[in-house]
Design a protein around this ligand. Structure first.
Ligand code: AMP
Ligand code: MG
Length: 328
């Protein structure tokens, strides 16, 4: 199997069949590409963990075609959780809810809770609806990359990670580009576990209540590890003046360095890759992971990134870059 056009109905049918057999499928969503398995098939979900080399105690997000399908997996949903789903689904928001104890145990890492998301991407929507019609009401799908590495935002990235044995549905480049915002809805008040494109202020407005600050007890799983989303090269966050000063020191001898900055930066050496970061957060999120992969492919050893501004729309990008820098 290999990459197939996600709009091709035969490819969708082939993917449904593969999932029903317990195989895995590369799935486009608006956030990043997922490595999907039937959420109710613990053996298939086990293959996701082993292919990704992901520790078994890092639970997966279960994707559903529509909010109604949440009832298969969640025992209940608080009022604010329902408001969040109504406001942001389909879209890049994941809610953590109490789990129906008899389903999706492996996907949930055997926790009493389950993470649920309804993706907006048309190929994900089509596949999820076809799976639901085939008796598979949810797909467990973490990002389709090896554990700790940069998430894929194009079908080719998934194929590069896992090779031609995996069927990948090609839905084009991901429109959001960073993983979903995750809100724990099992603690009486919403707790933001991972920032995404939807920022805290929007979540509070939709929930109708304030976010509760995260405590150590809320820290579960990979999106919340200090070091994650790491390119091969070492990534450093700097301000524009630091980047310019460092390039000046190295002068024409600078090599194996990529610079990713919003401010204009010029390098004396042609062996430095300089790429302009977009001025807005959404455009940066969209290209961020592909840019990191391109720097890696060019063989750079260092990636110097201008730190994103402190404003809320940049929270998701800032979070991913901080974790990538922590891995260096
Ligand atoms: P990923 O699939 O790699 O984008 O990450 C899934 C994220 O969902 C993890 O990083 C966890 O933070 C979160 N998650 C999934 N299931 C649960 C759960 N039952 N309780 C708390 N967090 C969860
Ligand atoms: Mg991931």
């Amino acid at each position: 199997m290999t990459t197939r056009d996600g709009k091709d109905t035969q490819a969708i049918a082939q993917a449904v069949e593969a999932l029903a057999q317990g195989d895995l499928v590369g799935l486009p969503t608006e956030t990043v590409y997922g490595l999907a398995a039937n959420a109710c098939d613990d053996a298939a979900v086990g293959r996701v963990f082993s292919l990704k080399e992901r520790p078994a105690n890092h639970p997966l997000i279960v994707h559903v075609a529509q909010a109604q399908d949440v009832r298969h997996f969640a025992a209940q949903a608080s009022d604010f959780a329902q408001r969040l789903m109504q406001t942001f689904w389909p879209g890049p928001l994941t809610v953590i809810l109490p789990r129906q104890p008899q389903v999706a145990a492996a996907a949930a890492g055997h926790l009493p809770t389950v993470a649920l998301r309804c993706p907006a991407h048309p190929v994900a929507q089509t596949l999820l609806a076809a799976c639901a019609a085939r008796g598979m009401p949810g797909l467990a799908a973490p990002s389709a990359n090896r554990f700790g590495r940069v998430s894929p935002t194009q079908a080719a990235h998934v194929q590069a990670e896992f090779g031609p044995a995996l069927l990948v549905l090609d839905g084009g480049p991901c429109a959001v580009g960073i993983e979903s915002a995750i809100v724990d809805c099992t603690r009486g008040a919403p707790v933001l576990l991972r920032p995404g494109q939807i920022d805290g202020a929007l979540i509070e407005a939709a929930a109708g209540c304030a976010l509760r600050a995260r405590s150590a007890a809320d820290a579960r799983a990979p999106g919340t590890l200090a070091a994650h989303y790491a390119p091969q090269a070492r990534l450093r966050l700097m301000d524009a003046a630091q980047i310019r000063a460092a390039l000046d020191v190295l002068g024409a001898g600078a090599a194996h360095i990529a610079v990713y900055a919003r401010a204009p930066v010029r390098a004396a050496s042609r062996r430095v890759i300089v790429r302009r970061m977009p001025q807005n957060a959404a455009a940066t999120a969209r290209e961020l992971f592909a840019a990191l992969r391109e720097f890696d492919a060019a063989g750079v050893k260092l990636i110097w990134v201008e730190a994103p501004p402190p404003e809320p729309p940049w929270d998701g990008v800032r979070d991913r870059l901080a974790r990538a820098a922590a891995s260096a």
